[in-house]
Write a protein that binds this ligand. Structure first.
Ligand code: SAJ
Length: 402
C-alpha cells in the first residue's frame, strides 16, 4: 500500500509519519522545498512532542519520503490549509490545487480522501472536478472526507486513539477509507456520508467556540458583579448536568477561531448563535486590552509616573509555542500601541526569540512590574506569588483560580 499525503503541516506531517510507522509506504508532498528537504533528513519543522524521534525512524527505514510533487500511489490524502479570502469566506483553492496535482495520477481502485477542514459540499465539488477531467474513472475510484480531530501537543496519542468520522461519496468509498484508517487508528471509525462528515468537523469546533463564549460572557458579568468567575464555574460544574468551560482572554489558534466562519459564511441567517459566539470571543480580547489600559491610567494618576507592565504569555493556549491567531498577541500589540511612556515587559517562556516582541524572562518581568497581566496560563507562571502588595495583578486566564 502506497499513500501520498498532500501537505506536510501540523496535521499532514504527523499523519504521514504515523501511517509510515504502521507499515504504509508514504510519500509526503509539500510546495515548500525547505519542508521537503528537512523531512527527508528526518527533521520535523513543527513543534510536537515525540514526533521528531518517529520522523527520524520512518525516514531512516525508507517508509517516508518527501517531495514537491506527488507520485503514483494507491491512496491520496489532501491535508492542506483552507484559509479565508475577503470577509471570512473560506478559500478552498489549496484543496482544489492539491486535487488538480493528483488528478493525472489517479487510477481505478484508488482512494482519494480530503482531511482539510472544508465548507460543506467541498468533497462533492472535488468529485465533480475529478470526474469532469477523468470521466473514465467515474464509479471506479473511492472518494471520502475524513476530518482530523487531534489536539496540538497531544497529536501522536490522539491520531491513534481518537474516534474518527468517515464519510464517502457512496458506501463503497466509506468502506475503502475505513480500511485505510483501520491500519493505524485504534479509536472507533464511524461511517457516514461526505456532507455529514464535513459538517461534523465544523460542528465540533463551533460547539467548543460557543461553549467558550458562554464562559467568557460569564467572566464579563462576574467582573461587573464582583464575583470570582473561576469559583463560580467550579461550583456550577458540581451540578451533574452542567459542564462550563474556562474563560480566557479570547479564543485563538487556527481551528476554533476560524472554522465557525465556514458556517456563518454559508448559512448567515441560520447561524446566529455561532456568529454571536465568534463576536463575543473576539470582543473578550478587546475588553482585556481596555482593562489593562484603564489600570495603567489609574496607576499613573495615583503615582504620577507611568507603570511598568508585564504582559505574561503570547501563545494561543497554555504550554505551547504556537502564536497563531493568539488573543494574547493581539492584546499585547494593542496595549503597546496605547502605552504612552509606560514600559512593557513581554513574556513568552515557550519562545526563545521573537522578531516583533523583545522578550523578558517571566521571573524578572514579575519582579519589575507594577502591573502583572496574565494572558496565558503557562505552567511557569504558577510558581509566581499569586498576590503582591506592590503590584496590581490582572489574571485573565485563571493562573491562580483557586
Ligand atoms: N480555550 C478557552 N477556554 C477553554 C478551552 C480553550 O478559552 O476552556 C481557548 C484556548 O486558550 C485557545 C482556544 O480556546 O485560545 C482553542 O484551544 P483548544 O485547546 O480548545 O483547541 P485547539 O484549537 O488547540 O484544537 C481544536 C480541537 N477541537 C475541539 O476540541 C473541538 C481539536 O480537537 C481539533 O483537532 C483542532 O481544534 C482542529 O485542528 O480543528
Amino acid at each position: 500500500m502506497k499513500a501520498c499525503f498532500m501537505g506536510l503541516g501540523y496535521i499532514g506531517l504527523p499523519t504521514a509519519i504515523i501511517a509510515a510507522k504502521h507499515g504504509v509506504d508514504v510519500i509526503g508532498v509539500d510546495i515548500n522545498p525547505q519542508v521537503v528537504e528537512l523531512t527527508n533528513q528526518g527533521i520535523i519543522h513543527i513543534v510536537e512532542p515525540g514526533l521528531q524521534e518517529l520522523c527520524r525512524e520512518v525516514v531512516k527505514a525508507g517508509k517516508l519520503k518527501a517531495a514537491t510533487a506527488p507520485e503514483i500511489s494507491d491512496a491520496y490524502f489532501i491535508v492542506v490549509p483552507t484559509p479565508f479570502k475577503g470577509n471570512h469566506e473560506p478559500d478552498i483553492s489549496y484543496v482544489e490545487n492539491a486535487t488538480r496535482m493528483v488528478l493525472p495520477l489517479l487510477k481505478a481502485g484508488d482512494l482519494f480522501v480530503i482531511e482539510s477542514t472544508s465548507p460543506v459540499g467541498t468533497t462533492d465539488k472535488m468529485r465533480n472536478l475529478i470526474f469532469s477531467e477523468r470521466p473514465e474513472l467515474e464509479a471506479r475510484i473511492h472518494i471520502a472526507y475524513c476530518p482530523e480531530r487531534v489536539l496540538p501537543g497531544n497529536v501522536i496519542y490522539e491520531l491513534v486513539h481518537n474516534d474518527r468520522v468517515i464519510g464517502g461519496v457512496n458506501p463503497e468509498s466509506t468502506e475503502k477509507a475505513i480500511e485505510f484508517y483501520a491500519q493505524f487508528v485504534q479509536g472507533k471509525l464511524h461511517r457516514t456520508n461526505a456532507k455529514t462528515a464535513e459538517m461534523c468537523k465544523l460542528t465540533e469546533n463551533s460547539s467548543r467556540d460557543v461553549q467558550i463564549a458562554f464562559a467568557n460572557e460569564l467572566s464579563l458579568i462576574c467582573d461587573k458583579a464582583g464575583i470570582n468567575v473561576w469559583e463560580l464555574i467550579e461550583l456550577a460544574n458540581k451540578h451533574p448536568r452542567v459542564n462550563i468551560l474556562q474563560p480566557g482572554c479570547g479564543v485563538g489558534g487556527h481551528c476554533i477561531a476560524v472554522d465557525p466562519y465556514f458556517l456563518t459564511a454559508e448559512f448567515p441567517i441560520e447561524s446566529q448563535l455561532i456568529a454571536k459566539a465568534r463576536e463575543l470571543n473576539n470582543y473578550k480580547a478587546f475588553w482585556c486590552a481596555e482593562k489593562v489600559h484603564n489600570e495603567m491610567l489609574k496607576f499613573e494618576l495615583k503615582y504620577d509616573r507611568p507603570p511598568v507592565v508585564a504582559m505574561m504569555g503570547l501563545a494561543f493556549k497554555p504550554n505551547i509555542d504556537d502564536l497563531r491567531e493568539a488573543p494574547a498577541k493581539y492584546i499585547t500589540t494593542k496595549v503597546m500601541q496605547g502605552c504612552n511612556n509606560a514600559e512593557l515587559l513581554i513574556v513568552e517562556p515557550n519562545v526563545a526569540e521573537h522578531k516583533v516582541f523583545k522578550l523578558t524572562d517571566y521571573r524578572e518581568a514579575f519582579e519589575r512590574a507594577d502591573i502583572v497581566v496574565y494572558l496565558v496560563a503557562h505552567n511557569e507562571f504558577k510558581s509566581l506569588p499569586p498576590t503582591a502588595e506592590d503590584k496590581v495583578i490582572l489574571d485573565f486566564c485563571g493562573v491562580f483560580k483557586k
